[in-house]
Design a protein around this ligand. Structure first.
Ligand code: GLN
Length: 488
C-alpha cells in the first residue's frame, strides 16, 4: 500500500509521468479510487470533480508527450473551498455560498491549471476559514486520518487530511492565523504560509485581508517548493501582491545546515505548550544542530503574549467589513420569505451564517464602532507594529526561528467546540507570524501515541529560500514524512 501511486511525492510522480512509465489518467484514476475508498471515513472533500479531473489528466498526457510539460503537469490536487474555481462551486463550507458558482478562476487556480495540475476537487474547511478544527464547516466534519475520532485541525482541515490520506498529491490551503500550518502539523504533512503578498489573493474569498495568504500543503518539503514555484509571483489583480522576482525555490535545497543560525524564542516554549510536544521539538532542534546549524537560545519576543488579543481584534474587524457583502442580493443564499428589504437581509444573514461567523462579525463590528475604535482597533494596530519590529530585531541575529506549530497534538472531535477561547489557543504559535506578515512552515518532526507533531520554522520577510532549505535538510535526515496513517 505504501508504494501506491497515490502516495507518490510530486517529484516521484512527475519523473514517472515524464518517462511515460505512468500516465496522468492512470494516476488520477488511482487517486479517485483512493478517494472513494477512504472518503466515507475522512470527509475531506466538499466536491469531487471527477469529470474535470479526467479531462485535465487527458490533456496533461498530451502535454507530457510533447516537450511542454512542467513538474506539476498531470499531478492530482485538491483546492480549499474558498478559492474560486470557474464553473465549480466555491462554498467556503457555508450555507451562504452553498450554491455559489464563480464565473472566474482565482489566480492560483489559473496558475496551477496553466501548469497542468489536475483538479480532483474542493477541500472542506471551517466556515469562511474561521476555526481551528474544521468543525465549523456547515457541510461536513472532516476526520483526522491518523485517528478518525480526532480533528484534522483547521481551517484547512480538508486539504490537510486529503494530503495525509493519499486523496491527492498536494493541496492549496489558506492561512490567516495558522490555517495551513496547524492542520498540516496535526495531520503530519508539510504546510507553508508564504510571506504576505508573495502569492496572489485574487479570487480567494476574503476573511481578514491584511492577514490572509495562500500556500502549499504537501507531503515533502521539495514538493512544497515545487508548488510555490507555480503559485508565487506578482499579480496586477491583487494590489497587495509584491513585485518580487521569484527564484526557483528548489535550487536552494541542500542536505546540510552549515552556516545557518537558528533562533529558539523562549516565549514559544513552556506555559501553554504540551511538555511532550515541546520535548519533540527540542529533539528536532538537536538534530538540526547535528546537521551543522548554530542554535541561538537567548532569543526573546516578549510581545508574543499579546498576539492572540491583537489577532482577535484585527481579524474580526476586517471580517466584519469583508462579510458585509453577503446580503442575499448579489449572490449566494437569499432568504425568500421576507416582507421588506431589511427583513430579507436580516433573515439571509441569520440563516446563511453559522455561529462562529456571527461571533466574529459581532466582535469586529463592536471593535470598529465609534467610541471603541481607538481603544481596540487602533491599539491593536500599534501592538501589531511592535510585534513586527520584535521579529525584525530577532532576524538581525538569526536566519530562522524554530517553534512548535500547535501547542498540542490533534484533539478529539467535539472537545473544544463549546469553548471558543480554548479553540483560539490552538493558534498561539502561528498567529504572530501572520501579524508580522512573515513566512512560516510546518514540518513533521515526530509522533506522540501515533499522532503527528509538527515544528514551525519562521523566516524573514521573503526568506522562503532559507526557510525551505532548513526544512528540507531536516526532513532529509528523518523519515516522519514517509509514514502513512493506518487507513484501509
Ligand atoms: N484559527 C484561526 C481563526 O479561527 C485562524 C484561521 C485561519 O488561519 N484562517 O481565525
Amino acid at each position: 500500500m505504501d508504494n501506491a501511486l497515490y502516495y507518490l511525492s510530486i517529484r516521484e510522480a512527475s519523473q514517472l509521468l515524464r518517462r511515460r512509465e505512468i500516465s496522468s489518467v492512470e494516476l488520477t484514476r488511482a487517486v479517485l479510487e483512493r478517494v472513494r475508498q477512504v472518503e466515507p471515513a475522512i470527509q475531506a472533500y466538499n466536491a469531487v470533480t471527477e469529470e474535470v479531473a479526467l479531462e485535465q489528466a487527458r490533456r496533461a498526457d498530451q502535454r507530457l508527450a510533447s516537450e511542454d510539460a512542467g513538474p506539476l503537469t498531470g499531478i492530482p490536487m485538491q483546492i480549499k473551498d474558498n478559492m474560486c474555481t470557474k464553473g465549480i462551486a466555491t462554498t467556503c463550507s457555508s450555507r451562504m455560498l452553498e450554491s455559489f458558482v464563480p464565473v472566474y478562476d482565482a489566480t492560483v487556480t489559473r496558475r496551477l491549471s496553466d501548469a497542468g495540475a489536475v483538479l480532483v476537487g474542493k477541500g472542506n474547511m471551517d466556515e469562511f476559514a474561521m476555526g481551528s478544527s474544521t468543525e465549523n464547516s456547515a457541510l461536513r466534519k472532516t476526520h483526522n486520518p491518523w485517528d478518525t475520532t480526532r480533528v484534522p485541525g483547521g481551517s484547512s482541515g480538508g486539504p490537510a487530511a486529503a494530503v495525509a490520506a493519499g486523496e491527492c498529491l498536494f493541496a492549496l490551503g489558506s492561512d490567516t492565523g495558522g490555517s495551513i500550518r496547524q492542520p498540516a502539523a496535526l495531520c503530519g504533512i508539510v504546510g507553508l504560509k508564504p510571506t504576505y503578498g508573495l502569492v496572489s489573493r485574487f479570487g480567494l474569498v476574503a476573511f481578514a485581508s491584511s492577514l490572509d495568504q495562500i500556500g502549499p500543503m504537501t507531503r515533502t518539503v521539495e514538493d512544497c517548493a515545487l508548488v510555490l514555484n507555480a503559485i508565487a509571483g506578482h499579480d496586477p489583480l491583487d494590489s497587495t501582491s509584491i513585485p518580487h522576482q521569484v527564484p526557483d525555490y528548489t535550487s536552494a535545497l541542500r542536505a546540510d545546515l552549515r552556516g545557518v543560525r537558528l533562533g529558539v524564542p523562549r516565549e514559544y516554549f513552556g506555559e501553554g505548550i504540551d511538555p511532550q510536544v515541546e520535548a519533540t521539538i527540542q529533539q528536532a532542534i538537536a538534530r538540526m544542530e547535528e546537521l551543522g546549524a548554530t542554535i541561538v537560545r537567548d532569543v526573546s519576543l516578549p510581545h508574543t503574549r499579546h498576539a492572540l488579543a491583537v489577532y482577535y481584534i484585527i481579524a474580526p474587524s476586517e471580517c466584519s467589513a469583508n462579510l458585509a457583502r453577503y446580503d442575499g442580493v448579489k449572490y449566494g443564499y437569499s432568504h425568500a420569505e421576507a416582507g421588506s428589504m431589511w427583513e430579507a437581509m436580516e433573515k439571509t444573514r441569520q440563516h446563511g451564517f453559522g455561529p462562529e461567523v456571527k461571533r466574529r462579525i459581532m466582535l469586529g463590528t463592536y471593535a470598529l464602532s465609534a467610541g471603541y475604535y481607538d481603544a481596540y482597533y487602533l491599539k491593536a494596530q500599534k501592538v501589531r507594529t511592535i510585534i513586527t519590529r520584535e521579529f525584525q530585531d530577532a532576524f538581525q541575529r538569526v536566519d530562522t526561528l524554530v517553534t512548535p506549530t500547535s501547542p498540542t497534538v490533534a484533539f478529539r472531535l467535539g472537545e473544544k467546540t463549546e469553548d471558543p477561547v480554548q479553540m483560539y489557543m490552538s493558534d498561539i504559535c502561528t498567529i504572530p507570524v501572520n501579524i508580522a506578515g512573515l513566512p512560516g512552515i510546518a514540518v513533521p518532526c515526530g509522533f506522540l501515541d501515533g499522532l503527528p507533531v509538527g515544528m514551525q520554522i519562521i523566516g524573514k520577510h521573503l526568506g522562503e529560500e532559507t526557510l525551505l532549505r532548513v526544512a528540507y535538510a531536516y526532513q532529509q535526515s528523518t523519515d516522519w514524512h514517509q509514514q502513512h496513517p493506518p487507513l484501509v
